[in-house]
Write a protein that binds this ligand. Structure first.
Ligand code: G6P
Length: 456
């Protein structure tokens, strides 16, 4: 079995003494796929993303069961930053809006050629590594052309592709140049099986195929709603480094105060600024919460090669500072914002959350919404965007919000803070059960079994 994705399980940094340190990659894809572990029968093909990764490739070091592809840096930059993250991500999350509309010019065509080269590098590596009849599980929008290319090179393989993002509806998808839209869809339809996180994204894909590719052909489409890894989280969250972070966070929050927690990559689709504005509105509408609540917001840097992400990071920081200046008192910092990635501190925040704020504009699933109810110690009320994939599974026990509506989000935060303890505990229990219904290992096995059953 082979897995292919842009980001692999770990990324390396080179220390001053030349030693390599591995760190777990961020995002839902890695959280889900890491459950396969260093299985002797599986090979994970991914990209070298950092200088440390490239050094690991050069030295022939690396995690067991992974092969990092060191494609030329300029090809990777075009494919990853230019096409995958600036175009395909924006299309599927419907993030384009004036003045951020795409311009598909000659530069875009040049980057698209790199995206093809990048996909071909994966297809060739997979074709070279795969045993006869092996199953190959390709992941995400970075690698949409791989199934079709691999099918041509190795018709014997069983190939699947899984999308960890939403899928754009046809009226938005058709913003892509017609030939490119066709290439993406046909590339994916080279797979025997396509997987999506929710029915909504699968239906959008099917609708796109009907409009732009003459249907889905023989390719089967399945929905696999990746869940949280309850067992791993509970064990990991009770180690001493997490206990230490909890003590630190408690001090930052202040005794007796409630915590509204969010943990995200600093990502436009996560809607962090509107979350801060909703919290500000809460302090305006309900002054009784001043000094009694803290918004703990972790916004970890992501895709900082792109100006639009750097600007967004700065806007998040400015907004938090402005709120703190407006309402803060000597003994109370209304927003505790951390931008330095720290997994142990995220788990500590989950444990002490009273309210989980998950308000994305659009999100494939959102695992934070699933992880927080599992770990919160006093039970947390989930304020959840109706546009997150997780809403399909958790919507009944969450407080639903329209991510653009900061006034209503403020109202939901107030409702969350005032919910009777018993109701909150019951909802948290049901949320945790729903969130862990399909843990990553099972999620992965289900896809593999569906793929092998289908083609044998
Ligand atoms: C999303 C994507 C993943 C990606 C992750 C982190 O979850 O679906 O493919 O790995 O974001 O983004 P990054 O660009 O840092 O890999």
């Amino acid at each position: 079995m082979l897995v292919a994705s842009n980001r692999g399980p770990v990324s390396y940094t080179v220390g001053e003494d030349g030693s390599l340190t591995a760190r777990r990659g961020g995002g839902g894809l890695v959280s889900g796929l890491s459950a396969i572990g260093p299985d002797a029968d599986a090979l994970w093909v991914c990209s070298a993303l950092s200088d440390g990764d490239r050094e690991a490739v050069r030295r022939g070091e690396g995690e067991p069961g992974t092969r990092m592809l060191d494609v030329p840096a300029d090809v990777h930059a075009d494919a990853y930053n230019g096409i995958a993250n600036s175009v395909l991500w924006f299309v599927h999350h419907m993030l384009y809006q004036t003045p951020l509309e795409p311009v598909f010019d000659a530069e875009f065509r040049r980057q698209w050629a790199s995206y093809e080269t990048y996909n071909r590098a994966f297809a060739e590596a997979l074709a070279e590594e795969a045993a006869p009849g092996a199953a190959v599980l390709v992941q995400d929008y970075h690698l949409t052309l791989v199934p079709g290319m691999l099918r041509e090179l190795r018709p014997d393989l069983r190939i699947s592709h899984f999308s960890h993002t939403p899928w754009a509806p046809p009226e938005y998808f058709r913003m892509l140049p017609r030939d490119i839209a066709g290439q993406v869809l046909r590339g994916m339809l080279g797979a025997d099986r396509l997987g999506f996180l929710t029915r909504r994204w699968a239906d959008a894909f099917t609708a796109c195929c009907e409009q732009f590719a003459g249907g889905t052909g023989d390719t089967r489409i399945g929905v696999h709603g990746l869940g949280a890894d309850g067992e791993f989280l509970r064990e990991r969250a009770h180690r001493s480094d997490v206990d230490e972070r909890m003590a630190g966070l408690r001090e930052e929050i202040g005794a007796g105060r409630r915590a509204i927690v969010r943990v995200d990559r600093t990502e436009l689709s996560k809607n962090i600024v509107r979350g801060l504005l909703a919290y500000e509105q809460l302090l305006v509408d309900h002054p009784e919460w001043r000094e009694r609540v803290v918004h703990v917001a972790f916004a970890y840097p992501s895709r900082q090669d792109l100006a639009v992400y750097r600007d967004y990071t700065a806007e998040v920081q400015r907004t938090a500072e402005r709120i703190n200046e407006r309402f803060g008192t000597p003994g109370w910092t209304p927003v505790v914002l951390h931008v330095k990635d720290d997994f142990a501190r995220s788990l500590a925040a989950y444990r002490l959350a009273d309210v989980a704020l998950v308000n994305p504009i659009r999100d494939g699933m959102n695992l934070v919404a699933k992880e927080m109810p599992v770990l919160s110690e006093e039970g947390c009320v989930l304020v959840l965007s109706q546009e997150a994939g997780a809403f399909e599974e958790l919507g009944e026990d969450a407080l639903a919000v329209n991510p653009y509506d900061v006034v209503d989000t403020a109202r939901a935060l107030h409702e969350a803070l005032t919910m009777p303890a018993e109701e909150r505990a019951e909802r948290t229990k049901r949320l945790a059960a729903a969130a862990t219904a399909l843990p990553p290992a099972q999620w992965f096995l289900d896809q593999l079994n569906a793929l092998t059953a289908q083609s044998s």
